[in-house]
Ligand binder design. Structure first.
Ligand code: SAM
Length: 438
């Protein structure tokens, strides 16, 4: 008998998992980089881990980020390194009790059982639902804040968008339901005519329909923004903050690859990431342009020329907490102040490109009024040649059952099941002389 083999301790998967999560948290909680970037780097450095291992580590890290304040409150009791206690709490939401028990000492087991009995509902909301005070205060001012915050603390499903140039939603749904995607339970999105919602963590970018440019990953809310821009064939459209091209792609397809669609951004790196997506999509009407922050000559040349200008503004991203829970810890009131000034500046610059009778669409993935309604109101006060149109009426054609209480589009995870998105459509009125005589 092999003596060595019988005396070797069996591999303790639970202990390994706690160490893995603790090690990722050690870096993520320094807030130097976005959590998904830290996780991707860590995964690349651990190529031998299987799909399930990766999934459990990522889920536990994201669970800690969602519930960080509550977990820190729980971690005030217990002993050992704080990051280990956080890792244990995150894993307790993700793996089986049996697996976790393999990793824990007796005092740790007792501590976990003790915190499991704390009546969470009696904790103050900012601790219970893990919001920094400044954000909890701002969210309190919104209608049904409890429901909104609770929904933002849930993981999001994965939304796909078909490329209307290359695919039909019903046919794609049938293909997905018939193949290996069936286990992710594909369903049509409730509002967007191009969306398919999946549950779980499907490896979409390895699917042939993704490689062929027939589908893209895009939250339903983001798809609805393209419906709101409502570009037509042959028009000249500017996507002023195109980034990695998420919205550009759908705008280009809605134009049936005709006309001209400028994809502007100040970040060459972001636009570079858009290029393979543009190539896969089969669109030939997109013109990517890296613009300068101020006094850009290309922008000047397009003064008064565009039918539609979309400003998908840099924002706090606080509408996307379901996917990016670290943002609530990485954003601060001071960074918000700088963003507000930048949004107002971009809006002013982009507005100059809109032709008389054309439209400016201002959008964010934030739920904070100062980035949204208040920006639009300030812009309208300074620019009386623009008027606010009714967003609900504009999307009604394409998106059934989508209504809003004000003329602006405001999507919420608790109400619409999308990320939090905001958009307003502003039309530049034609000067009186340009109107036909009656
Ligand atoms: C919300 S992201 C855009 C996301 C993109 N539209 C999409 O759907 O994937 C905002 C973008 O604004 C860009 N940006 C920041 N300052 C800008 C400026 N002054 N002019 C134009 N774009 C700017 C950022 O580089 C970033 O890519």
């Amino acid at each position: 008998m092999n003596q060595k083999k019988t005396t070797q301790r069996p591999y303790n998967l639970g202990a390994a998992r706690v160490e893995q999560v603790q090690s990722v948290l050690g870096e993520v909680l320094q807030w130097a980089h976005p959590a998904d970037a830290v996780l991707s780097r860590w995964m690349r450095a651990h190529p031998k881990l299987g799909v399930r291992d990766r999934g459990e580590v990522a889920d536990a890290v994201f669970d800690v980020l969602r519930h960080l304040r509550r977990y820190r409150h729980f971690s005030e009791s217990g002993t050992g390194p704080a990051a280990r206690r956080l890792a244990i709490l995150g894993l307790s939401a993700v793996v089986t009790e049996k697996l976790l028990a393999e990793a824990l000492s007796e005092p740790e087991k007792n501590w976990l059982s003790h915190v499991g009995k704390i009546p969470v509902a009696r904790l103050p909301r900012a601790i219970r639902d893990s919001m920094p005070d400044w954000l909890d205060e701002r969210l309190s001012a919104l209608p049904n804040a409890d429901a909104l915050i609770a929904a933002m603390n849930q993981p999001a499903p994965l939304d796909l968008r078909i490329n209307p140039l290359k695919a039909d939603r019903d046919e794609m749904l049938a293909v997905l339901r018939d193949g290996p995607a069936a286990k992710f339970n594909p369903e049509p999105t409730p509002y967007s005519p191009w969306g398919i919602r999946l549950q779980g963590r499907p490896p979409v970018n390895r699917w042939p329909m993704f490689e062929k440019g027939e589908i893209e990953v895009q939250d339903e809310g983001s798809q609805l923004l393209a419906a709101l821009v409502a570009p037509k064939r042959g028009e000249m459209i500017i996507d002023y903050c195109a980034g990695a091209g998420g919205k550009t792609l759908l705008l280009g397809a809605l134009m049936r690859s005709t006309g001209r669609l400028y994809a502007f951004d100040v970040s060459a790196a972001r636009l570079a990431r858009a290029k393979p997506r543009f190539a896969r999509s089969g669109l030939s009407n997109i013109v990517p342009v890296v613009i300068a922050e101020n006094n850009d000559q290309r922008v000047k040349r397009l003064r008064g020329k565009a039918h539609r200008v979309l400003v998908d503004a840099p924002c706090s991203g606080l509408g996307t907490l379901r996917r990016n829970p670290d943002l609530k810890w990485r954003q601060h009131p001071e960074s918000l102040g700088a963003l507000l000034a930048l949004q107002a500046r971009i809006l002013r610059q982009a507005a100059q490109c809109v032709m008389p009778g054309g439209r400016l669409v201002y959008a964010t993935c934030s739920i904070l009024p100062e980035e949204n309604e208040q920006q639009v109101e300030a812009f309208l006060a300074e620019n009386p040649e623009f008027t606010l149109l009714d967003a609900g009426k504009i999307v009604a054609d394409r998106c059934k059952n989508l209504t809003f209480e004000t003329p602006m589009l405001a999507l919420r995870p608790d109400v619409h099941g999308t990320d939090g998105f905001f958009a307003a459509v502003l039309e530049r009125v034609k000067p009186a002389s340009a109107k036909p005589d009656v």
